[in-house]
Design a binder for this molecule. Structure first.
Ligand SMILES: *[C@@H]1O[C@H](CO)[C@@H](O)[C@H](O)[C@H]1NC(C)=O
Ligand SMILES: *[C@@H]1O[C@H](CO)[C@@H](O)[C@H](O)[C@H]1NC(C)=O
Length: 445
């Protein structure tokens, strides 16, 4: 038995009575030391009552390998950074000039294994092992599974008594998506069990629900988001159903790409990355509940939500909506009409002298999450300033929405007075902000 198994039993003695922290997709997530969480393309593992999050540390804003980070949590919302699980080794294929991405860790009776992939060019997977979930891991090897390319991989460990594990990967120049069984000690790939030919899928995850395998994956569009899909099958060897959307296709998976999918009772959690290639370390995390209430898995749009792991439930916060067009329009800003906007209207030409001030926003006298619903039809990101009651401005990034009438929301935490507040958008900025449809003010923190 590895040492850390008994350590996990100690942690199980803690009972967390505090209300769980909220999950705010797209916000800047920080760890318990206040540092930005660097765990992109991540994977998740539960040991005892502790969750482990391994991911890519991109604090250097580069694709090159810096570290596989390791964070721990008991509620999936509050994360503490531990030692790095894997760091570059010069002279190997995981040196600091290589690209090491999408780390996924699974437990084997003999050790705790980590798999990662190296990206374009190499198209390999690699294996490293450790006796504890954060390691540090010992590097073993990199290779092309069964002699074929592997990119943007995932891992799935089944619930059979042998805990059979599978590599899920984009192969053959990203054209064919493959599922291959690992050998008993997870050191290598033993046999291909399925291929979805011509599917151009990557970044996969699997949730098994009521005996049905649900495969989630994105298509291949580089760093840009695309409508991620799901497939179902009663066996990992197929046959898989034809692909279907997990979210309205226009929002491109709420500007994110799948990295991992976790069961949550009869629900699930979609864990995605909102990549920002020009500033990789500022890529954000988009986690959303997955609901089967319609019969098929759908992401639940949520600005602020919480989950109860033990009960297998989630709760989406409701806030108070204020339409932008109800505010006082300043300078060159203009009201725009379109059926896609809430109330049929939004405010455009914000920034460069155009502003809107939304008055009588009811606050609770604390720092509160406010979601800005906006449309940015550019191919690049915009940003906007927000100020409360004439105070200093904060800048909020606005990823392109893929169309001038496609809406996304971005969160910002604002200090609101108890009672009425005025929120001004677009002041003191020389660039155009996105069109603003509405804001929603939340009280849950
Ligand atoms: C917008 O303004 C109208 C008219 O003043 C008001 O009835 C409505 O409640 C406001 N709605 C929102 C969401 O701001
Ligand atoms: C805000 O957006 C403008 C226009 O795209 C850009 O030039 C500027 O660098 C952005 N500011 C920040 C701080 O990202």
């Amino acid at each position: 038995m590895p040492l850390w198994s008994s350590f996990a039993l100690v942690l199980a003695g803690f009972v967390q009575l505090a209300r769980p922290a909220v999950i705010v997709p797209g916000a800047t997530w920080t760890d318990t030391s206040g540092n930005v969480i660097q765990a992109h393309g991540g994977g998740f593992l539960k040991v005892g009552s502790t969750w482990y999050w391994h991911g890519e540390d991109k604090a250097h804003n580069s694709g090159s390998f810096r570290a596989v980070s390791c964070y721990t949590s008991t509620d999936l919302a509050t994360w503490t950074r531990q030692n790095d699980a894997l760091t570059p080794i010069s002279g190997t294929s995981i040196s600091s000039t290589n690209i090491v991405e999408r780390p996924k860790v699974i437990f084997n009776q003999k050790a705790c294994y980590q798999w990662y992939h190296r990206r374009y060019g190499a198209a390999q997977v690699g294996v490293a092992t450790a006796k504890s979930p954060c390691g540090p891991f010992t590097y073993r090897s990199s290779f092309k599974p069964l002699g074929a390319e592997s990119r943007d991989m995932g891992l799935y460990q089944d619930d059979d008594s042998a805990r059979t594990a599978y590599l899920l990967y984009a192969s053959d120049n990203n054209q064919n998506f493959k599922i291959s069984r690992l050998d008993a000690d997870y050191y290598n790939v033993a046999a291909q069990v399925n291929v979805i030919s011509g599917s151009t899928l990557e970044a996969p995850g699997i949730i098994k629900r009521n005996g049905v395998y649900h495969l989630f994956a994105s298509h291949t569009s580089g760093w840009d988001p695309n409508p991620n899909k799901f497939f179902t099958a009663s066996s990992l060897s197929g046959t898989w159903s034809s692909q279907a959307d997990i979210a309205p296709s226009a929002v491109r998976t709420y500007f994110s790409q799948n990295t991992f999918d976790l069961p949550l009772g009869q629900n699930g959690i979609y864990m995605g990355d909102r990549w920002r290639p020009s500033l990789l370390g500022s890529s954000r995390y988009i986690w959303l509940p997955i609901s089967w209430s319609s019969g098929t898995p759908k992401l639940v749009q949520a600005d602020v939500w919480s989950l109860d792991i033990n009960a297998g439930t989630y709760s989406v916060a409701t806030g108070t909506t204020y339409e932008a067009e109800n505010g006082s329009i300043g300078g060159s800003a203009k009201v725009a009409s379109d059926g896609s906007f809430s109330g049929g209207k939004a405010v455009g030409y914000l920034g460069k002298g155009g502003t809107v001030t939304i008055n009588n926003v009811q606050g609770a006298g604390k720092a509160q999450w406010v979601a800005l619903y906006y449309a940015n039809g550019d191919s690049s990101w915009r940003n906007t300033t927000v100020s409360v009651n004439g105070g200093s401005t904060v800048l909020v990034d606005q990823p392109n929405t893929g169309g001038g009438h496609v809406l996304l929301s971005v969160p910002v935490k604002l200090n609101l007075n108890n009672g009425a507040n005025s929120i001004t958008i677009g002041s003191n900025q020389n660039n155009y902000a996105a069109d603003l449809d509405k804001i929603i003010v939340y009280t849950q923190t």
